[in-house]
Design a protein around this ligand. Structure first.
Ligand code: NAD
Ligand code: USQ
Length: 383
């Protein structure tokens, strides 16, 4: 089976491409490398030294004998995308290739427009090519749990059955995203749903929670295969950031009261979830939605867990509840369903002391690469 991984030079995409290649899928990576460019523009670097994509792929081939095709270009460029897809002829497309940072999208108007154009137009181009030339191809699209926001009722997987004035229907679950980035994912979901309903395409929208960890079986095989691990205030995400902050003796940056609760998952489960979605494709015309996370945590509780694990290793760790740069609920109800991937066979790697130890040790190993000036948040949601 041929799988094209769009965004395969990024954090989730790189781990997924190698995992699928290792399991016998014929894999292609398509990436514009724009994420490396945004890092340069912001003056930030991943904690880990990542090799150029060509070197990464050469090393993978040398180690395993497996080759991965590479297409460098931007999916908002229709003619490039058209050519790449016709060359590769995918059976499934895994689409990670978007601007994925909420703070980046909230810097100013330009960054909001860039985010929404990059994400919405890229996905739209993909849908049109699939409609014209690859109608049986299965689109596996990375969405986000943040599409739902934090409603005061249970969050279902994509759809909710509603009774209204004596009539009943199952409808898309209401969306209340908290950033211009999360909004771009809502727009994508609507466009993909339309393409399935009206054109009969098949798609799975994976509403993923926050990913943590860095090692997978494949990316751990060799230093040249190392994955990115972001810690800066724009692209770094909660748990990964806390572990790196702990390693360099920076107080953990809990925003506001810290009661913000989100879905989380280990990167080893991200790659498995993608495989489960590919191996069990949506039906023609079906727009399937899975909530892709394994556990719920508040950011305050995560900080406490990192402090405890770090203390046990002899690290001295403070937690700072700093002023929240975002506009979001800091204490709220949050109960989201996540049974669909479990029903397909996902066996979660739950957050454990050993994972925290390994992530903390990993961060200690690369601590010299940390620029302390990049840790505090600089982007504000406030006017
Ligand atoms: P990332 O920034 O590490 O990787 C994204 C990759 O996509 C980059 O290599 C980038 O160069 C590429 N890309 C972006 N726009 C492109 C375009 N127009 N054409 C071609 N390539 C393009 O991000 P990530 O953390 O790996 O996230 C991957 C996907 O998963 C994103 O869609 C994100 O929204 C989603 N997601 C991530 C997380 C997380 O915690 N990291 C959580 C939930 C959902
Ligand atoms: N937070 C802190 N301290 C920090 C960083 C974040 O308290 O140092 C808080 C934020 O205020 C927020 C929560 O932690 O309440 C999550 O923030 P985050 O930066 O870890 O994650 P988020 O902005 O939601 O975005 C990340 C990925 C995005 C993905 C999303 C999944 O960057 O691509 O879509 O997680 S979810 O959160 O489920 O929508």
């Amino acid at each position: 089976m041929k799988v094209l991984v769009i965004g395969g030079d990024g954090y989730c995409g790189w781990a997924t491409a190698l995992y699928l290649s290792n399991r016998g899928y014929e894999v292609g990576i398509l990436d514009s490398l724009v994420r490396r460019h945004w890092d340069n523009e912001l003056g930030v670097e991943t904690l880990t030294p990542i090799a150029p994509i060509q070197q990464r792929l050469q090393r993978w081939q040398d180690l395993t004998g497996k080759s991965i095709d590479l297409f460098i270009g931007d999916i908002t460029n229709y003619s490039f995308l058209h050519k790449a897809l016709h060359q590769f002829q995918p059976d499934a497309i895994v689409h990670f290739g978007e601007q994925r940072s909420a703070p980046f999208s909230m810097i100013d108007r330009e960054h909001a427009v860039l985010t929404q154009v990059n994400n919405v137009v890229g996905t739209l181009n993909l849908l049109y090519i699939m409609r014209e030339d690859f109608p049986d191809c299965h689109l596996v699209k990375l969405g986000t749990m943040g599409e739902y926001g934090t409603p005061n009722i249970d969050i279902e997987e994509g759809y909710i059955t509603i009774e209204h004035n004596g009539r009943k229907d199952t409808l898309p679950y209401p969306k209340q995203p908290g950033s211009m980035y999360h909004l771009s994912k809502v727009h994508d979901s609507h466009n993909i749903h339309f393409a399935c309903r009206i054109w009969g395409l098949r798609a799975t929208d994976l509403n993923q929670g926050i990913v943590y960890g860095v090692l997978t079986e494949e990316t751990g095989m060799d230093e040249l295969l190392i994955n990115r691990l972001d810690y800066d205030g724009v692209f770094g995400t909660a748990l990964n950031r806390f572990c790196i902050q702990a390693a360099v003796g920076h107080p953990l940056t809990v925003y506001g009261k810290g009661g913000q609760t989100r879905g989380f998952l280990d990167i080893r489960d991200t790659v498995r979830c993608i495989e489960l979605a590919i191996a069990n494709p949506a039906q023609p015309g079906e727009f399937r939605v899975f909530n892709q996370f394994t556990e719920l945590f508040s950011v305050g509780d995560l900080a406490m867990m990192v402090k405890k694990a770090g203390n046990a290793m002899g690290l001295n760790i403070d937690i700072n509840n700093i002023e929240n740069p975002r506009i979001e609920k800091e204490e709220h109800y949050f109960n989201a369903k996540n049974t669909k991937l479990l029903d397909l066979g996902l066996e979660p790697h739950y957050l454990s002391d050993s994972l925290l130890d390994s992530l903390l040790n990993f961060a200690v190993k690369y601590q010299k690469r940390v620029d302390n000036n990049q840790i505090l948040p600089t982007v504000s949601w406030h006017r």
